[in-house]
Design a binder for this molecule. Structure first.
Ligand code: TQI
Ligand code: CA
Ligand code: ZN
Length: 474
């Protein structure tokens, strides 16, 4: 059933507008798929298909129409397309994921992408981060890695287009077709186009760019659709979850791993617990609905959630969070921390309690620590910090204290002028006091008791409210 649908979906807009009887250019990408389909099911030959005089195509279509019991127009008219849209009898439906005919895939593990242009609907940074997150979805379960190019020809060229845009698969205004993607290969293959007549958003209204992109990248990497309705590759658009809760279904994972295999275990983090004391019975329960965190940080691509004497460590590779004693990583650190953040430009995690802070790198607490928080530029009235988060792009750290926040410049090592400011003025919807903050996927996640707020820093609004322990898959 795969090839049939490819033809229909990829060809539907163009075929209804341009019957195949000679009016259509023969070198557009949809034609390759149409050709594959006809070859496979109607023993159609490549060489004749490409001829200037395309009457063999017309007769093939007539043959197909005859077989399907339709009026033999020789054109891919709407009744032909409608019927072809239905599952094809006699083609076994195995269930679950499918790949393209011939299972095309990238023959390398490092893939480049380029965002060629932008939609007006979202700030550029939000588009960048939605694309990055959508690629990470696949990166996490395969040996594939993606890197972004700012010019030249990348494997996956990403653009926003309206109407006719040069590939003979014109978009159709708001609704219906949202985006399309080509299976792996050279040239336009692998590319993704988004219909810029859609209202692209990152929230639940409009069309969610992250979800759509994640689905299209599935196609760009070689997956076709799945009939498992919980899968990302199921061909019905639904906004189900927020970015924080989104996860691939097992079917998507099986599908992509059938092409590329599993991730190379496990990028060595150089961070291991130095002792393995098994947690005692008074350990916090990760799925307690009232669970709150003391501090949250990233560490070399992992997430750390601090609570009392413990931390949960959640790696990108496994959905399971591991519970450890903080002292198993860093024996000299205190428990019940106030705040933590990763200064990624220095490969360090900064950990705060009361008037002191520590810098750790791997398992080492760095020399010269703890230091006094006032050395960072806080006035004497600040006795402790509630939460801290590092913003990678701007290389700034935000420190939250009561209803105010400070901004620290990690490059120049000074507190920025004009601070503190009120949290409510710049982070509308975020209530003091903040327990912990995390930056991930382009969002800030503010933790306040058992509630977590997903905040889009570009749109300056709360996009979702979650349970604090949603990261621990409760
Ligand atoms: N676009 C279809 C889709 O992505 C068409 C398409 C483009 C396609 N490239 C393809 C189909 C390669 C098969 C193979 O499925 S769409 C959804 C979903 C669309 C649909 O605009 O209809 C999503 C785009 F699955 F939700 F229905 C994104 Cl997420
Ligand atoms: Ca559309
Ligand atoms: Zn699709």
């Amino acid at each position: 059933m795969g090839p049939l649908l490819i033809l229909v979906v990829l060809c539907l807009p163009v075929c209804s507008a341009y019957p195949l009887n000679g009016a259509v250019r023969q070198d557009h990408p949809g034609m390759d798929l149409a050709q594959q389909y006809l070859e496979k099911y109607y023993s159609f030959k490549k060489n004749v298909f490409r001829r200037k005089d395309s009457s063999p195509v017309v007769s093939k279509i007539r043959e197909m129409q005859k077989f399907l019991g339709l009026k033999m127009t020789g054109k891919l008219d709407s009744s032909t397309m409608d019927l072809m849209h239905k599952p094809r009898c006699g083609v076994p439906d195995v269930g679950g994921f499918t790949t393209f005919p011939g299972s095309p895939k990238w023959r390398k593990n490092h893939i480049t992408y380029r965002i060629v242009n932008y939609t007006q609907d979202l700030p550029r940074e939000s588009v960048d981060s939605a694309i990055e997150r959508a690629l990470r979805v696949w990166e996490e379960v395969t040996p594939l890695t993606f890197s972004r190019m700012s010019e030249g020809e990348a494997d996956i060229m990403i653009s926003f287009e309206v109407g006719e845009h040069g590939d003979f698969l014109p978009f159709d205004g708001p609704g219906q077709s949202l985006a399309h993607a080509y299976p792996p290969g050279p040239g336009f293959y692998g590319d993704v186009h988004f219909d810029d007549d859609e209202k692209w958003t990152l929230g639940p209204s409009g069309i969610n760019l992250f979800l759509t992109a994640a689905h299209e990248f599935g196609h760009s990497l070689g997956l076709y659709h799945s009939d498992k309705n919980e899968s990302l590759m199921y061909p019905i658009y639904r906004v189900s979850t927020s970015a924080a809760q989104f996860h691939l279904s097992q079917d998507d994972i099986d599908g992509i791993q059938s092409l590329y295999g599993e991730p190379e275990r496990q990028k060595n983090l150089g961070v291991v617990p130095v002792s393995s004391v098994s947690p005692r019975p008074e350990t916090p329960a990760k799925c307690d609905p009232a669970l709150s965190f003391d501090a949250v940080s990233t560490l070399r691509g992992e997430f750390l959630f601090f609570k009392d004497r413990y931390l949960w460590r959640k790696s990108r590779w496994s959905p399971e969070a591991e519970l450890h004693l903080i002292s198993a990583f860093w024996p000299s650190l205190p428990s019940s921390l106030d705040a933590a953040y990763e200064a990624r430009n220095k490969d360090s995690v900064l950990i705060f309690k009361g008037g002191q802070f520590w810098a750790v790198r791997g398992n080492e607490v760095q020399a010269g620590y703890p230091k006094r928080i006032h050395t960072l530029g806080f006035p004497p009235s600040v006795k402790k910090i509630d939460a801290a988060v590092f913003e990678e792009e701007k290389k700034k750290t935000y420190f939250f204290v009561g209803d105010k926040y400070w901004r620290f410049d990690e490059t120049r090592h000074i507190m920025d002028k004009g601070f503190p400011r009120l949290i409510r003025d710049d982070f509308p919807g975020i209530e003091p006091q903040v327990d912990a903050v995390l930056q991930a996927f382009g969002y800030f996640y503010f933790f306040h008791g058992s509630t977590q707020y997903e905040f889009d820093p570009n749109a300056r609004t709360v996009t979702h409210m979650l349970k604090s322990n949603s990261w621990l898959l409760c």
